[in-house]
Design a protein around this ligand. Structure first.
Ligand code: F6P
Length: 350
């Protein structure tokens, strides 16, 4: 057998750990050949973008962040005849199957490729943890650890200066990082994309806190949260987001909500309010122990799925088991934070 492997979409800690597990399992256990496809789907749309993956190529990469195959947000749907070009390249390369490691966009493309007859296996990646059909994605645990480390650090300076600190974290469609990072970091308020809010509501909670025995506050906001500046304008959906360019999958570039929120809180409460945007710091660096273990298992099982011809499936974590979920069942869906989970966090507001 000869398999291909690619990493697509935004990177995240643990991609290299999956690549290592795929290569070691395929070569040492099955005696197969592995080809790495460079820069996600771009590597199947253009010529000469592959490299042989031998055991030596993955030695020492378990703990390294990023991806040795590089990545891109290239979408074959945006290229004339893109899916067919990619499928033809798979045949020309002599690949019997392709393992695609990525988030909902990459897995959506993997589903389309399956539909036109390319044997695909998906591996769920994203720090956002919002992929439907798996209890967890890899990269999320590392990102949450980075967030709580940052909150622990800003807490001491916020406390000293009696300020409000707004910590902006990633999370486009889902507030998992804000929820886990906020609870584990002891946030006094948190905002997630699943629940619309307004500045007055936030300030009311903070005002009560500061009128009591507390003289500082930590607010965690997900980059994709929807916050109305004025409750009156809620129906008009006056959200604070920074819409700029869109990528190949039509996503706007987020980032900046924390800054605007901080200005508004300071205006309403008259308390000095600062912001920290954690941004890509959350996506970089060495994966946590949990992620290294999960990635290794995802990689092993992705290769086993190829052996079992479970094409068109994603490896998925269910409890402590790795199971297969049809890519068709997850396409176009997100796993979001429930109201019950948000209410647990809300018990600690103020
Ligand atoms: O991978 C998901 C994510 O981290 C989102 O939370 C964020 O909006 C996006 O990636 C940023 O991607 P890029 O680095 O391409 O701007």
């Amino acid at each position: 057998m000869h398999i291909g492997v690619l990493t697509g979409g935004g990177d995240c800690p643990g991609l290299n750990a999956v690549l290592r597990a795929v290569v070691v399992t395929a070569i040492k256990h099955y005696n197969w050949r592995v080809t790495g496809v460079l820069e996600g789907w771009r590597g199947l749309l253009e010529r000469g973008m592959t490299r042989e993956m031998r055991l030596n190529d993955v030695a020492g990469i378990l703990a390294r962040g990023g991806t040795i195959l590089k990545t891109s947000r290239t979408n074959p749907a945006k290229v004339d005849n893109g899916y067919q070009i990619a499928a033809d390249r798979v045949r020309r390369l002599g690949l019997d199957a392709v393992i695609a490691i990525g988030g909902d966009d990459t897995l959506g493309v993997a589903h389309e490729m399956t539909e036109i007859g390319v044997p695909m296996i998906g591996v769920p990646k994203t720090i956002d943890n919002d992929i439907f059909g798996t209890d967890s994605t890899f990269g999320f645990d590392t990102a949450v650890n980075t967030v709580i480390d940052a909150i622990d650090r800003v807490r001491t300076t916020t406390e000293s200066h009696k300020r409000v600190m707004v910590v902006e974290v990633m999370g486009r469609h889902a507030g998992w990082i804000a929820l886990h990072g906020g609870i584990a970091g002891g946030a006094d308020y948190l905002l997630i994309p699943e629940r619309d809010s307004n500045v007055q509501e936030i300030c009311e909670v903070l005002r009560k806190r500061h009128e009591g025995d507390k003289d500082f506050s930590i607010v965690v906001v997900a980059e994709g949260a929807h916050v109305a500046l004025d409750p009156e304008s809620e129906s008009k959906h006056t959200y604070i987001t920074q819409d700029t360019t869109t990528d190949d999958f039509g996503h706007v570039r987020l980032g900046g909500i924390g800054q605007i929120l901080a200005q508004e809180i300071e205006k309403v409460l008259g308390i000095e309010t600062r912001t920290v945007m954690l941004g890509h710091v959350q996506r970089g660096g060495a994966p946590s122990a949990y992620d290294r273990y999960l990635c290794t298992r995802f990689g092993i099982h992705a290769v086993r799925f190829v052996d079992q011809k479970k094409f068109g499936h994603m490896v998925s974590l269910r409890g402590n088991d790795i199971v297969g979920v049809p890519l068709a069942d997850i396409a176009g869906k997100n796993r979001t934070v429930t109201n019950d989970l948000y209410q647990e966090a809300a018990l600690f507001f103020g």
